[in-house]
Design a protein around this ligand. Structure first.
Ligand code: HEC
Ligand SMILES: [Cu+2]
Length: 355
């Protein structure tokens, strides 16, 4: 690849890169379009550090180009050597003081934001909401201790207030990241609990990802934050509190499904309030927009998932049960009708819960 083709190669590579990166700006998954307090702070920090970097780059390049041109070897002056300067006091001071100033300008907002993001108010007293978040290979559990409700995969929060998260992991280190609302935070195994808060400005369904390589299906460890108005949030909480795990389903197939589920699946999956178990809490499974965080939420996919979850999420921990295709169909009928709330990702203002 010589000649003009070779010269154009960088242009080609750059264009392909631009094409790829253009896919990164997904609505509701972008740190560059903040929809929450934490993300807002972080974007400000990014902008200010980028501005300082740009300033330094421009100044250094300007001096560099000036020196290149001004002191290049000229015809007839091949042996000319300009005046050599060593240990010029004012120059030394200038190029020490300017970087110190720049670092200070960078440090003040960074330290401020660090403390701001570490906010840990005494929560019981001010009535704010706490959610216990547990990262698991490859799914998320959310427990609301004060409300005595639990869910998995979809985290419901009210907009306009801080929701405090107590975070841990049941196995390896994961990282909880909802780019458009807040920064990311590791979840650790053991007693090493991390905390952070979410404060969403606008209603919406925000996508989250695990941001710490945690195993084979790490890239499929997706979840959603469903930010709703406070009225809708209260409605959702009371709907969740009123779930009766024993309720008899309407159709015959779902009835049989409930029995089959209790025989084969209850060991790992809870319906109703539960601590983080071996598998996701399925209390409001019918209200999800995804299965296991990744598959479109319909009966066909659900049956496929039950028959062989490993084909979708290699290495996941749903195993050791045996159901026939027919039972899987019935169980799917049962799980799909567990939609006890009107407040769902699909009901949220202008949202696109379905990716
Ligand atoms: C050994 C424990 C175990 C058993 C038994 C088990 N599961 Fe699971 N199940 C899991 C785990 C773990 C996951 C999370 C998989 C992931 O996303 O990595 C899961 C995920 C799911 C999901 C997706 C949940 C969501 O929130 O989107 C459904 C639905 C499900 N299981 C249904 C069933 C059914 C139906 C049965 C019985 C036929 C069953 N499971 C048996 C452990 C189990
Ligand atoms: Cu993970």
């Amino acid at each position: 690849m010589r000649g003009w083709m070779g010269k154009l190669r960088p242009v080609f590579i750059f264009s392909v890169l631009v094409l790829f990166l253009a896919g990164c700006g997904e609505e509701n998954l972008s740190a560059l379009k903040p929809k929450g307090y934490g993300a807002d702070l972080l974007l400000d920090l990014m902008v200010i550090s980028l501005a300082i970097m740009t300033f330094v780059f421009v100044v250094v390049m300007a001096i560099y180009i000036f020196v290149l041109i001004r002191y290049r070897r000229k015809k007839g002056e091949e042996n000319y050597i300009p005046k050599q300067t060593e240990g010029n006091k004012s120059l030394e001071i200038i190029w020490t003081v300017i970087p110190v100033l720049l670092l200070l300008i960078l440090a003040v907002p960074t330290v401020q934001a660090t403390f701001d993001l570490a906010d840990e108010k005494p929560r019981e007293e001010d009535g704010s909401i706490t959610v216990e978040v547990t990262g698991n290979q490859y799914w998320w559990h959310f427990n609301y201790p004060d409300q005595e409700i639990s869910t998995s995969q979809d985290l419901y929060i009210p907009t306009g207030e801080r929701v405090y998260l107590d975070m841990k992991s049941s196995d390896v280190i994961h990282s909880f990241w909802v780019p458009s609302i807040a920064g990311k935070m590791d979840t650790n195994p053991g007693d090493n609990e991390n905390t952070m808060y979410l404060e969403a400005y606008e209603e919406g369904v925000y996508w989250g990802h695990c941001a710490e390589l945690c195993g084979q299906s790490h890239s499929l460890m997706d979840f959603r934050v469903v930010a709703v108005s406070s009225e809708e949030y209260d409605q959702w909480v009371s709907d969740m509190q009123n779930i009766d795990p024993e309720a008899t389903p309407e159709t015959a197939s779902a009835k049989d499904g409930k029995k089959a589920f209790e025989n084969s699946c209850m060991g790992c999956h809870a319906i109703g309030n539960s601590p983080a178990g071996v598998g996701p809490n399925l209390s409001n499974f019918g209200n999800r927009t995804k299965i296991a965080g990744i598959l479109d939420h319909n009966k066909e996919n659900l049956v496929d998932w039950i028959m062989d979850p490993d084909q979708f999420k290699p290495g996941n921990k749903m195993e050791g049960y045996n159901v026939s295709e027919k039972e899987a169909q019935q169980i799917a009928d049962y799980l799909m009708q567990l939609d006890h709330s009107e407040v769902t990702p699909d009901s949220v203002n202008g949202s696109s819960g379905k990716k």
